[in-house]
Design a protein around this ligand. Sequence first.
Ligand code: B1M
Length: 220
Amino acid sequence: MATTDQIYAKMQASIEEYDGDAAAAAAQEAIAAGIDPAEALEKGFAQPIREVGEAFHRMEIFLPQLVMASEAMKAGVAVLEAAMAASGGKLEKKGVVVLGTVEGDIHDIGKTIVGSMLQAGGYEVHDLGIEVSPPRFIQAAADAKADIIAMSALLSTTMLAQRDVLELLRNKGQDNKYFTIIGGAPVTQEWADQIGASAYAADAPEAVRLLDEHQGEWKK
Ligand code: B1M
């Protein structure tokens, strides 16, 4: 029977090799060996996916590999989650995210990658899709009891809708209720500062890293 370290090594290799079937099999092996699923998630999957994110930043790998790594991790995480649910437990989520592409904008590739990476990184993600109006973002956040509202915009014209969501939150007296993160090709840190968003991320790994850094702001 494989040791715990050998099982972690298999889990790590599955992410590095973008192999969802191997990730699911290694997760299954971890459960059969009696390893705590939360610990398996952190040591077997979360650490390697962070390294993949770093490699992407160093431009050693490119977007398709990043997507494949997060898809592989999702396959493994699903097995760990199922095991936890079967034993009456639940993997503790780092935060609940309501994510969407803003009103008037149909670009969804980057937004979907951000969602996958956040999910793989331990967040509960409610993906609202494209052309999400400001009231819908806010209603969905309330319904999901969200901690975070995440908005993607790919057009310089639709970036304005990110501001509209924040304005609507302010008008409702809910400006401190959610952590807000924005991104998308034309979006900048300067724009985030101007409209009062909590954070700006240039890409999906950065979105995960930033939310991880800000954990304490919603986990009381
Ligand atoms: Co459109 N489009 N497009 N398009 N399109 C751009 C964005 C454009 C830059 C192309 C160009 O002219 N050079 C340009 C926008 C110019 C501007 O306003 N600055 C443009 C235009 C003009 C348009 C139309 C208006 C064209 C027309 O009809 N005349 C139209 C818009 C329709 C609408 O939305 N109402 C349109 C339509 C389309 C397609 C439908 C054909 C298709 C979208 C398909 C789809 O998404 N399902 C499309 C595509 C594919 C592109 C380009 C070529 C690629 C976008 C993409 O998917 N990139 C794009 C050119 C470009 O960006 N250079 C372009 C890959 C993706 C992984 O990157 O989305 O940037 P990206 O996401 C990254 C980061 O930005 C970040 O992380 C992601 C990955 O790490 N990120 C976040 C994204 N969201 C985030 C959220 C976060 C954090 C990080 O926190 C919440």
